[in-house]
Write a protein that binds this ligand. Structure first.
Ligand SMILES: Cc1cc2nc3c(=O)[nH]c(=O)nc-3n(C[C@H](O)[C@H](O)[C@H](O)COP(=O)(O)OP(=O)(O)OC[C@H]3O[C@@H](n4cnc5c(N)ncnc54)[C@H](O)[C@@H]3O)c2cc1C
Length: 419
């Protein structure tokens, strides 16, 4: 193999280029990026970058002295893939041919059909700059959705002096993944910071036209807003692959590029990694799209090893991700498939800190800590000994939350919940 084209210059595109070199590949690497920026870290977009404390230079993922010897072509998107020829066509009509193609085009924040001015999503540097301008002290921010991004922005905006309301449904990822007790504890962090959190409701539309004046619920209730942030999920950016022979989950373009447990798509020399990919999970036997960092740390190395035909065992190091919310550190480590039981083993929902341990049968498989970094570190070591867990951290309401590779495939049994 003498040439590899990586489509997508995000964290996974960058990690894939680095992994190719780490596995000893010395050939040509071309990285195609739709954004004009070199690879940057997205989590700070809802935190320090939103307040202006973190500069764009500080978001850079490349080390100052790093040189992967890649040809970076930024600011122009790929629009088509000829999978048989390994030919990528760019929006400006140029083509790039190579021996292999890595699909790493990530995802985009889901939007509503009507988005008046003042209604935002947060995915890119430009999104953050636009939102930043409107986070003025005293303004009313309504956050729709209780994902990591929404809760982090809620927390940041509260610190900036805004009146913040978070609206979430009964199917928010926080609750369906970690259970109602843990979700309640995280919501409690925000509530204690003066953020209004309302659960079990459904937003139908944003009230316009012109500048947004509020959101409308399915009950007909209207909640006033000067600024709205939508955190209602992400869609894989695979539309440019519509004409290829790749399996895009029934071609509804909603589930990402179907790949095996090493990122192989079934078409020779084409792998898919990161937010845009739905990898086969060896435990569930299903294809899951995991849109968080646990995917990004580990899988590029596995996929590049598979692409190059080198031993993937060397590539399975644990992954880490971090989030800070409402002054709290939330950390998660392990794997969840939705069938585990959960017990609170330190702290509690009312104390602001807790350690939740998830078990499959009597075997611990995951742990979530809120402001419990020492115990989480101990558990990370124990779980790693048990077999290559992935870790991640999210910060909620000033607390840091750490999370591991999570597969939200069902509902956690909350063994410590009353009743
Ligand atoms: C505000 C925010 C906070 C987050 N916080 C956390 C966190 O605390 N923990 C966590 O685990 N995860 C977090 N995430 C998620 C995490 O950032 C993503 O999982 C990660 O960025 C996925 O990496 P990726 O490279 O697959 O995709 P991306 O980072 O989306 O990169 C894909 C790149 O491909 C480019 N691209 C798309 N289409 C094309 C095309 N056709 N041609 C060329 N280029 C294209 C895109 O412009 C983009 O630059 C957060 C995300 C956001 C936005």
């Amino acid at each position: 193999m003498e040439s590899v084209t990586i489509v997508g210059a995000g964290v996974v595109g960058h990690a894939s280029a680095a992994a190719l070199r780490a596995h000893g590949y010395a050939g040509r690497i071309t990285v195609l990026g739709g954004e004009r920026h070199r690879p940057y870290d997205r989590p700070p977009l809802g935190r320090g970058f939103l307040t202006g404390q973190t500069t764009i230079d500080e978001l850079a993922l490349e080390a100052p002295d790093e040189d992967l010897g890649a040809d970076w072509r930024l600011g122009v998107a790929a629009v088509a893939l000829d999978a048989a020829a390994h030919r990528v066509t760019l929006a400006d009509g140029r083509t790039v041919d190579s021996d292999a193609v890595v699909i790493a085009t990530g995802s985009a924040a889901r939007r509503l059909a009507t988005m008046p001015r003042g209604a935002h999503t947060l995915r890119t540097v430009e999104d953050a700059l636009a939102l930043r301008e409107e986070l003025l002290p005293g303004a009313r921010l309504v956050v729709v959705g209780a994902g990591v991004v929404g809760l982090e922005v809620a927390s940041t905006a509260r610190d900036l002096g805004l009146q913040v309301t978070v609206l979430c449904s009964s199917t928010d990822a926080l609750r369906t993944t970690f259970g109602a007790t843990v979700a309640g504890a995280v919501f409690g962090l925000h509530a204690r910071r003066g953020i209004t959190v309302r659960t079990d409701l459904r937003v139908t539309d944003l009230i316009g036209p012109g500048w947004v004046s509020g959101v409308r619920l399915s009950t007909g209730e209207e909640i006033g807003a000067d600024v709205v942030l939508l955190d209602i999920g992400a869609v894989p950016l695979v539309g440019w692959l519509g004409g290829s022979a790749l399996d895009l989950r029934g071609r509804d373009l909603s589930g990402g590029v179907v790949a095996d447990a090493a990122g192989a798509t079934g078409l020779p020399g084409i792998v898919a990694v990161g937010d845009c990919a739905a990898w086969l999970h060896p435990v569930t036997g299903k294809h899951h799209r995991i849109a968080h960092f646990s995917d990004t740390r580990n899988r590029p190395s596995i996929a590049m090893a598979a692409l190059l035909g080198v031993d993937p065992a060397a590539a399975s190091a644990p992954a880490t991700l971090t989030s800070q919310q409402a002054g709290a550190l939330v950390q998660f480590t392990g794997r969840l498939h939705g069938t585990e039981s959960m017990t609170i083993e330190a702290g509690g929902v009312d104390t602001g800190d807790l350690l939740a341990v998830y078990r499959s049968g009597d075997q611990p498989v995951a742990v979530l800590g809120i402001d419990q970094p020492v115990r989480v570190a101990e558990w990370q070591a124990r779980l790693a000994e048990r077999g290559g867990s992935h870790t991640g951290t999210a910060a909620h309401a000033g607390t840091a939350v750490q999370a591991d590779a999570v597969v939200p495939a069902g509902t956690v049994t909350d063994a410590s919940a009353p009743g």
